[in-house]
Design a binder for this molecule. Structure first.
Ligand SMILES: O=C(O)CCC(=O)C(=O)O
Ligand SMILES: [Fe+2]
Length: 315
């Protein structure tokens, strides 16, 4: 699940300067994806690394991967977008990057805010198992989190759990309750590319067991008004997710990608004392969503974008 970048590839990527991407509505423009693909495929062992990544995300038993880009972020820094363009290039090999939030260009900051609801994104507490954009009819196929800075106090390990395995450990009665449209979570406005608001929704779709989305967030147990038997069934699922969880700390440059049809994710609490850490030193992740259904080769590329900031001459 942890994928190292071969030395030769790392060296080539440090020398590569991809142009700034362009967007087509909320999606990465296909011309940008094509340009990135052409440049990246010319580097040694890029295709092999991407094949390993895809297999980790979508192969049998797969569902998440951590691409270790630590040496790249060390070499390139984060003062300009060069490192982010490379990460976008890797993401675009998995599926189509897009931004559901009109306010965020493509990547969304997940910083640490000490005054926010601790259990939510950017909060300092336990971020319980969830699927991102759970209340859209079409949640992103993949959610990805790029670690720019871990918690300097050493907290906030990521947690991941195979959601179909967790469902399989539940009783038939619980599964029947989870298949009823009795669940809801959060608000839904101004979102692109994730369908319509789904409310109420069933956690388990009727289709083949073991396939598709298990539409779940353990946050609904605290934050949504649910009927008692349905809440109990959902709590049972949350407990099984914890029972089956893996946990690890993302390091600077680690790029976690999660197949939302297979795994749910979350994060343990950050270390206490975040208010003593200067804002600029606090944990920082960047989030990007991917849509699998748009076919990569459809729209023929038009003019290739070359905008954005130039590469430093020292490169
Ligand atoms: O902070 C993390 O590691 C996870 C954040 C997250 O899952 C989210 O904001 O959706
Ligand atoms: Fe999330």
């Amino acid at each position: 699940m942890f994928i190292d970048i071969p030395n030769e590839l790392e060296a080539a990527l440090i020398d590569l300067c991809l142009p700034m991407w362009k967007l087509d509505g909320p999606f990465l423009a296909s011309a940008s994806a094509e340009r990135y693909r052409t440049e990246l495929r010319a580097t040694p062992q890029f295709r092999e690394t991407v094949a390993t990544l895809r297999h980790a995300l979508t192969g049998a038993d797969g569902g998440y991967a951590v691409l270790r880009l630590g040496n790249l972020v060390k070499a390139l820094g984060t003062d300009d977008d060069r490192f982010l363009r490379l990460a976008t290039g890797f993401a675009a090999e998995v599926a189509v990057p897009f931004s559901p939030f009109p306010r965020w260009p493509l990547w969304k900051d997940i910083a640490v805010k000490v005054d926010k609801d601790p259990g939510k994104s950017s909060g300092t507490g336990y971020n319980a198992f969830h699927m991102d954009l759970v209340n859209g009819t079409l949640p992103p196929d993949f959610t990805t989190l790029l670690c720019v800075r871990p918690d300097p106090l050493g907290g906030g390990p990521s947690i991941l759990s195979d959601v179909h395995a967790a469902v399989a450990r539940l009783s038939e009665d619980s599964r029947a309750l989870l298949a009823e449209p009795a669940y809801h979570y959060g608000t839904f406005f101004d979102l692109f590319g994730v369908g319509e608001e789904y409310r109420p929704f069933p956690i388990l779709a009727g289709s083949e067991p073991g396939k598709g989305f298990v539409r779940f967030t353990a946050k609904m147990l605290e934050r949504s008004q649910l009927g008692r038997v349905h809440a109990d069934a959902a709590r049972g699922l949350a407990e099984e997710l914890v029972r089956g969880q893996v946990s690890f700390m993302l390091q600077a440059g680690d790029y976690l990608m999660v197949n939302q049809r297979r795994f749910l994710h979350g994060r343990k609490a950050l270390h206490h004392g975040q208010e003593t850490v200067p804002v600029a030193d606090r944990r920082l992740l960047l989030q990007l969503f991917l849509r699998a259904s748009a076919d990569d080769d459809s729209a023929a590329p038009t003019a290739v974008g070359t905008g954005g900031s130039p590469c430093p001459t020292s490169a």
